[in-house]
Design a protein around this ligand. Structure first.
Ligand SMILES: NC(=O)C1=CN([C@@H]2O[C@H](COP(=O)(O)OP(=O)(O)OC[C@H]3O[C@@H](n4cnc5c(N)ncnc54)[C@H](O)[C@@H]3O)[C@@H](O)[C@H]2O)[C@@H](O)CC1
Ligand SMILES: Nc1ncnc2c1ncn2[C@@H]1O[C@H](COP(=O)(O)OP(=O)(O)O)[C@@H](O)[C@H]1O
Ligand SMILES: [K+]
Length: 505
């Protein structure tokens, strides 16, 4: 599913109107109908009062339609009409259509005292959506502060009013508890900095033109800026398994992980390699990790370093279909040389994580040695060590894209909505995963999954998109069964089977 800028979304609305021969009012009706359906699913009790706070643009127009539709379902709904500017045509039409419906409308003009709102009412925020042209200021900013100070549950129509859809947040913004985003996602939904403003968010879909089909046909028509991975597309990317396939078919993976005190990273990542479907796994580990590895994970073969506590000399790499390097390896001088040697000798895409990333950050000349199309999986701190600090999420995505393109790498930036930048310049966001995965070792599990997918012959971009999705989905299934608090990295790994099954459905 494509992620469009506000300007691209406007162009897409127009394209939908042309292609389907509908009016803009009918498109608004479609959007508001889909919103109302989602809203009533969240709030099924029509006795609970609903107060829709409407602006004068099309976001306000949506709010007016929602009020009318809730009323027809016997909801106790009223409207606060904020007279911000000149009404859009569809806002005006829908304002007229409220008459005679028995809906109380309170007008709010600059300087008016704040309207009273019963604390049990659900506040529907329809002041501004994607048409926000500048930070909200003055009286309307104070209205936003007033709404935020109320104890009420706040549901945003499309976006919390005041939110910048395509760039860093400026100015006041409604703090939504729930955001029901209309049509296609906006970039702001994925920014960690916006988490508190958005609350939980969901997409409310309704028929719109396909931005991909329009772009080549309509000169300057809607394009997209990023893509949200979805199950329907990713499920189709899974490889089939045939009756005569064997462990050779599914690839031999090599994992360089663990050191004295961090052998768990090797165990977790190694399990994930085989649970993701690789045929064979060899782990390179320091001598002191040998028994740990063999006892806790008998399916893996071990290559033992000459050093007791660290990996220092890594032998022939020719036999391996993929390599994962980094979890728990530490940053000893001899390990730095071992990483340098692996990067220089291996010529196929590999997975680079954790301490291998920190080593590259401390020795930037190593960046050039990374085989083309390799996957780097930094979390935000590791990303900053590698590529520098950025001022905000949007700037970091920009840097992520640039470094992926310039160096021919797949950069997987691990956040709540992990982003994947590709050598071809695409940016993908992942929808699965949950805060329960903020626990030690889940990143090591991801490295294992990605290494296992590469071993099976998935191309690096597909491996990244599928691996991040499956890893997050396994985390969601584990959290559903066990609770987020209880979740351990090994639970993520042990739910990979169910995640595969669900994705194949
Ligand atoms: N395809 C879709 O998703 C559809 C979305 N629609 C809705 O249309 C919305 C966009 O509507 P508009 O483009 O009319 O824009 P908005 O309704 O978001 O807001 C624009 C209005 O607010 C004013 N304004 C902007 N910034 C301001 C500021 N800082 N202070 C005071 N006034 C300010 C503008 O002058 C304009 O009147 C979407 O968010 C969505 O809710 C639907 O109505 C149509 C279909
Ligand atoms: N709030 C969240 N929502 C979704 N995924 C999350 C969340 N918090 C953490 N994760 C995922 O958990 C993993 C954590 O990785 P990382 O920070 O490398 O942990 P570790 O170093 O302990 O293995 C990443 O894949 C990340 O995307
Ligand atoms: K809004």
């Amino acid at each position: 599913m494509r992620i469009l800028t506000a300007a691209q979304l406007r162009a897409l609305d127009q394209a939908t109107i042309r292609a389907e021969k509908i009016t803009s009012g009918e498109l608004m009706e479609r959007a508001a109908k889909a919103f109302t359906k989602a809203f009533t699913r969240h709030f099924p009790d029509p006795e609970r009062p609903v107060v829709v706070v409407c602006g004068t643009g099309n976001n306000g127009g949506d709010g007016l339609v929602v009020a009318r539709r809730l009323k027809s379902r016997n909801y106790k709904v009223s409207v606060i009409q904020a007279n911000i500017g000149t009404r859009s045509a569809d806002n005006q039409d829908n304002f007229k259509r409220l008459k005679g419906q028995g809906i109380e409308v309170r007008q709010l003009t600059q300087g008016d005292p704040w309207p009273a709102i019963a604390p049990e009412a659900v506040v529907v925020d329809a002041l501004f959506g994607t048409g926000l042209g500048r930070p909200v200021a003055g009286y309307w900013a104070e209205l936003i502060d007033y709404l935020n100070a109320l104890p009420n549950f706040r549901v945003a129509v499309d976006l919390p009013s005041g939110l910048s859809s395509d760039g860093p947040q400026e100015g006041p913004c409604v703090h939504a508890d729930l955001t029901l985003c209309l049509g296609l996602p906006k970039l702001a939904l994925f920014a960690p900095a916006n988490t508190q403003l958005l609350g939980n968010w969901e997409l409310v879909t309704f028929p719109l033109a396909d931005p991909d089909r329009l772009h080549p046909e309509v000169g300057g028509g809607p394009a997209y800026q990023a893509t949200l991975n979805d199950a329907s597309e990713l499920g189709g990317l899974l490889k089939k398994r045939y009756a005569n396939d064997h462990k050779g078919t599914f690839g031999h993976a090599f994992l360089v992980a663990g050191a004295f005190g961090t052998m768990g990273a090797a165990v977790i990542a190694g399990r994930a390699v085989l649970r993701a479907g690789a045929g064979l796994l060899t782990c390179h580990i320091p001598r002191s990790g040998y028994e740990i590895m063999q006892i806790s994970f008998p399916e893996a073969m071990c290559k033992v370093d000459t050093h007791r506590y660290h990996s220092t000399e890594i032998g022939d790499l020719g036999a391996y279909d993929s390599i994962g390097i980094g979890p728990g390896i530490g940053q000893e001088a001899l390990t730095v040389e071992a990483v340098r040697s692996v990067l220089s000798r291996y010529e196929r895409p590999m997975v680079i994580d954790a301490d291998a990333i920190n080593i590259i950050a401390a020795h930037p000349e190593l960046l050039k040695l990374i085989p083309k199309n390799s996957l780097l999986t930094p979390h935000p701190k590791e990303f900053a060590r590698l590529f520098g600090e950025t001022e905000h999420d949007f700037a970091r995505w920009q840097v992520q894209r640039e470094v992926a393109k310039r160096n021919g790498l797949v950069i997987v930036l691990k956040t709540g909505f992990t982003s994947i930048a590709t050598p071809g310049g695409e940016l993908y966001f992942n929808p699965t995963g949950n805060p329960g995965m903020g626990t030690a070792g889940t990143g090591d599990a991801l490295t294992g999954v990605l290494t296992g997918l590469l071993a099976q012959g998935y191309d690096p971009v597909t491996a990244a998109r599928l691996g991040v999705y499956l890893h997050g989905l396994a985390g969601d299934l584990a959290a559903e069964e066990l609770s987020q608090e209880f979740l351990l990295a090994e639970d993520v790994v042990s739910h990979l089977g169910q995640a595969y099954r669900k994705l194949r459905e």
